[in-house]
Design a binder for this molecule. Sequence first.
Ligand code: GDD
Length: 329
Amino acid sequence: MRPKALITGITGQDGSYLTEWLLGRGYEVHGVVRRTSSLERSRLSHLYVDAAVYGQSLHLHYADLDDPTTLRRVLLRVVPDELYHLAGQSHVGLSFDIPESTCEMTAMGTLRLLEMVRDLPKPVRLFHAGSSEMFGRPAVSPQNEDTPFQPVSPYGAAKVFATQMVRIYREAHGLYAVNGILYNHESPRRGENFVTRKICRAAAAIHEGRQRELSLGDTSARRDWGDARDYVRGMWLSLQQEVPRDYIFASGVLHSVQDVVEIAFASVGLKWQEHVRQDPRFLRPAEPTNLVGDATRANTLLGWKPEIGFEQLITEMTRAELTQDGLAA
Ligand code: GDD
């Protein structure tokens, strides 16, 4: 029998790479998709149109995190061996504008899912995508799995609630449940309003004469950036262990937004000084500091380490945006 995986958030960056990773390992993959008026499935379209894949080893189901009946029905129908919970409102800046719906989906949505998993007749291994944003302004750097959470955004607070609930259900109810504490991870499939993709898209568009300038918020902000393809491998590895634990997934290296700008613009032969300007609209009411991860546990217990470096990632993301040489993603 093929192992079965169910993914919430399958249409996102991580969901699409995880789907490819699992299909490559012989899994039957099921995904939860929201029924909305716009069909946002572009990251899966190459699999969706493949008759040998879609309907054979890949299946999509309509359900919603804030509609528990629909989700329970999918869980009972699929009966997965592994459940990857990646769905949620994932934009930190936006969470200041829509805190209630962010918490409803990210915090309460995860709790609802845990309650359903607890009731399932067959045990399922659950992966929950936590975030470095939970550390906020941590007292220690780098952070590991024992570093206390001090979120500074509604998104970070919602993730803390969800992550702690996963821990509680693991300890109190004996669920096989794992939190991945994921630092920023990017790729050509990153959403367009996250800073790396925004910069890489703009650099390519300015190079091709389709855009004139790029407006950014705080370019001195620093993050620990890795490649999403490395991080989905970590998600899978974390569910293949005998004992469920939480894991940090991080590169361990800090870079600034300015570094992203310089690499992206240089990779298409542009002087960033001629095109980049600051716009206070993109500043956030609060910024985390010193978010850099110590992935020693993942390295020691899972054999995980990132394979794709920062410069390679940003260069690839910028090249993927070029349309004139047919490299568009
Ligand atoms: N989005 C955006 N747009 N960010 C900007 C801009 C801009 O124009 N200008 C500067 N920034 C700064 C942000 O203020 C932040 O300090 C940094 O760039 C990164 O922003 P994002 O790419 O939006 O990512 P994030 O760190 O807030 O959140 C991402 O990583 C988390 C893991 O730590 C998201 O993927 C979260 O879902 C994830 O949990």
